[in-house]
Design a protein around this ligand. Structure first.
Ligand SMILES: Nc1ncnc2c1ncn2[C@@H]1O[C@H](COP(=O)(O)OP(=O)(O)OP(=O)(O)O)[C@@H](O)[C@H]1O
Length: 253
């Protein structure tokens, strides 16, 4: 992990209509680290991810204050919002396969980016499916409908699609909610492999998943950043805040 901040969030506030949801978050994410964001339901974890890729702008009535910088640049100043979103791969809780073949699911973004050469596309599809630990299972049926895959494979296909943009940041929102423990472990291995190449933000209700994977863990509670520290500190007997201790021990959630 480098010590260069990839993402710098400063005094980030969010409202849906008049309802305050994020209350002035300030933190940074280092290049090449896995940062876990944990917290009970409705704490604002998914909303935070939406602020990062500016999809929050698609939510009627949402208002954002404060700043987010990626590689030192304020994301509000990025004119081409689609270019920003391509840099940030997003994996949602339930797999969202496009109604097309496995191959086309992964080739979709590169084609949109203008790649037409078949060999280049083949190579990109294979690379992304390998990175998502899915290649060996699907290489002989790439032209099968992606949505026909079982849930765990579909979620890995979603990851392959997120990687097909060649993002330098990968955000995962409760990626294991609909998949079995064995597939979850495989994807966790994939994330450990990917961390050397990209910065990863992992939103999870599973505190033990954060403990297994994250370099640092941020505890969000009712839109407030309660504590951010190295994961072993957050899960130790003595995190800084009593609420962190109670949450990770399962006293509330
Ligand atoms: N589009 C929306 N319009 C209005 N309120 C919303 C919207 N999306 C989320 N909220 C509210 O914002 C708050 C934070 O929700 P968010 O989904 O960000 O939390 P979360 O920590 O990701 O929760 P969960 O773990 O249940 O997914 C909740 O009170 C939720 O009801």
């Amino acid at each position: 992990m480098s010590t260069r901040p990839k993402i710098e969030v400063e005094n980030l506030r969010l409202w849906y209509g008049t309802k305050p949801v994020l209350h002035g978050l300030t933190f940074s994410v280092q290049e090449g680290e896995i940062l876990a964001v944990i917290g009970p339901a409705q704490s604002g974890k998914s909303s935070l991810l939406k602020c990062l890729n500016r999809t929050i702008e698609l939510v009627p009535g949402a208002r954002v204050e404060g700043s987010i910088r990626i590689d030192g640049r304020d994301i509000r100043q990025i004119r081409d919002v689609h270019a920003l979103r391509r840099r940030i791969g997003m994996v949602t809780p339930l797999p969202v396969g496009l109604p097309m073949s496995i191959y086309d699911n992964v080739a979709f973004a590169p084609r949109c980016a203008g790649i037409t050469d078949r060999r280049e596309l083949d190579a990109r599809v294979e690379e992304c499916l390998r990175q998502a630990a899915l290649w060996d299972e699907v290489k002989d049926r790439l032209h099968m409908l992606g949505t026909k895959l079982p849930g765990g494979q579909q979620q890995r296909l979603t990851i392959a699609r997120a990687l097909s943009h060649k993002p330098d940041i990968l955000c995962l929102d409760e990626f294991s909610i609909a998949i079995d423990p064995v597939t979850t472990m495989r994807i966790e291995e994939v994330l450990r492999e990917l961390r050397s190449r990209m910065t990863i933000i992992l939103v999870t209700n599973l505190t033990q998943q954060a403990r297994r994977l994250a370099d640092r863990t941020l505890f969000l509670w009712k839109g407030e950043l309660v504590e951010l520290d190295r994961t072993e500190v957050i899960f130790s007997e003595h995190p800084r805040d009593r609420r962190t201790h109670e949450y990770v021990r399962g006293f509330f959630g």
